[in-house]
Design a protein around this ligand. Sequence first.
Ligand SMILES: [Zn+2]
Length: 164
Amino acid sequence: MKCPFCNHPESKVVDSRLGKDKETIRRRRECLSCQKRFTTSERTEDSLPLVVKKDGRRETFNPIKIFNGLKKACEKRPISIDMIEKIVNRIEVYLQEKGEREVKSSEIGERVMEELHRLDGVAYVRFASVYRQFKDIQEFMDELKELLGNKEDTKKQSPSSKHP
Ligand SMILES: [Zn+2]
């Protein structure tokens, strides 16, 4: 991502937001050479590391998937879309700063959990009880969508009955 002012090839991400179409990400970047800031619109998969799933498969990190999963899980909680976007944003910036080409899905999962813990106890517990059984954020998000799509009677199954 070359700087439009001085053509320097490296910049850092200072902020990012989902585009209106939810398929692109608008990033605020700062040039590492001249320190000027500029905005880019990028496809999500272009600049983020691959996620290594627990079975060893790799897939592109998809912030939109995490955004949608969080949005669904935070339903009926006092959490704004803006707050959810900020969580996704922080995770993305973290991954970019880490600068590695691959990242374990469990690590992303832990980051999401930490953020939620700070934000909302109920949403955190709701997430944690399900997430711990998966250890894989993508799989977890898929499952969560189905869980929340079901009626309330899924609550009868105690989420705290973990096997050691
Ligand atoms: Zn520059």
